[in-house]
Ligand binder design. Sequence first.
Ligand code: ARG
Length: 581
Amino acid sequence: MTVLQELESRLATALISVLGEPVMATVTPTADLRFGDYQSNAAMVLAKQRKTNPRALAQQIMDSLDLTDLATAEIAGPGFLNFRILPGAYAMRAAALIRDERLGVPASGVGRTVVVDFSAPNVAKPMHVGHIRSTIIGDSLVRIARFLGFRVIADNHIGDWGTQFGMILVGWKTLLNAAALEIDPIPELVRIYREINAATKDQPDLLETCKRELVKLQAGNPENLAIWQQCINVSKRGLQKIYTKLDVSFDHWLGESHYNEQLAGLVDEFLEQGLARVSHGAVCIFSDGSKAPDDDPFLVHKEDGWTDNPTIIRKADGGFLYATTDLATIQFRIDKWQADHVWYVVGVPQQLHFRQLFEAAARWGKTGDFRHIAFGSILGDDRKLMKTRSGENVQLSDVLTEAVERAAAVIAEKNPGLPAAEAAAIAETVGIGAVKFAELSQNRLTDYVFSWDRMLALHGDTAPYLQYSYVRIRSIFRKLDTPFDATTCQVVLGDNEEIHLARLLVRFGEIVPTILDDFRPNLLANYLLELARAFHSFFEACPVLKATEPSRSSRLALCDLTSRTLQQGLSLLGIKVPDKM
Ligand code: ARG
């Protein structure tokens, strides 16, 4: 049990004896340690329901509350119960964590299956910085859910069947440079796509040719299918290079094309079941009137009131759409994978798509916990959407290359004596870590300004700062003559700085599960920064190697536990730690 759960359980026992019945009471960490470690507003909430005096009720609760060996409590303000955890309780718990591989994190996801749908770039279009957010946030959620014990299926739902293939097919047949494709496929595919796309602007014939090639592909023309397949293969290879660099992996890459065979039957089923109807030749899903208009994704408010805002699942020309594929995908994930949860890590602009999708799936009887985990944009220094100097979308692979180069410069300055190969490996870890942490330490919904200097600062709120803190702790152990075994140590806490360090270490097991309440890896990122700062204060205030026993061993054990917690926490964010920096 975490400290918070232990407090809640003791509070629940007290409430039974005061009120004569079981009631729910929650405890939360305080925002400010001056008011203690945790607090509860239970007395205020319950007094309001029962129309009694909150402070008097708080006093009654205090009188029956058994906090032995755990905390002291006081009543504050209108009836808050403030709890201060005893140093002895922190010491005992920290000692337990030293022996706990999971560092106190409960296995709260066991027995549930979650599909995480993330990254999902479109084939033959470059993966841009917008996809960076999905890839990094999604990967972190995969790691966190896995650590919590969920059965996690990471699925890369790539866009491999879009209308872009009309242009790519024509480009492939007329412009392809096979050598360039061999060396670096994605830029070559992007080039032919761009050139054809630009040329169609003043050549209507060419546009018609593209459309014809697309229709041939969709009808199963062997030549076009073969080209399409080759395109997918080289694109996947190019994408895989980026994922390898990012240390991101998927269990499946079931792209849009995987569902092609299901679409016609699906639309028929929607028609038969009365879930969709034909309108102007297209098959559409409309509002069923069961929801209040402002809650109904199939209605939109225009000047003259609420009007229909249907989802099209088959166009008048017979073509299927993004929404059709996504419905088929939901069916597959529920029927084949027994998914309890599906998390879609996709930008804010697709909000309406997912509201309609989830509503349509529910009507269709596909039940599950579906979430759109949305995120905002990445902005350049000018607070506009990030672009290259020539005005194009910034490509993810360029961002990663530059991150590693810049990290190399930082390392060379800090530690010029490192052998080249070692320095290069560290630069990779630090550069990629910096990009990921800059992303994950933000509230995902806010737009964030991309700044190289800020994300690479050794003394800022950055990955390099956390990695450096880790390296610094490990270097303490390199100074010892005999290997240190933390598991045999007692923890004794005296100074405020060491109590505070233990407090934060003990809190790790509380923080990790809360990330999934609202899918906020930034809670973990901020916690790790706080932990590293607490470590540095501790290390400044409390001698470690020069302390006398039992303090020396206890402090070494806290150092060891801090490094493990930093390493584990960073790994949940997908960030590695170097041995040296
Ligand atoms: N390929 C899409 C895009 O780049 C994202 C797909 C997200 N996943 C999904 N199941 N719709 O916008």
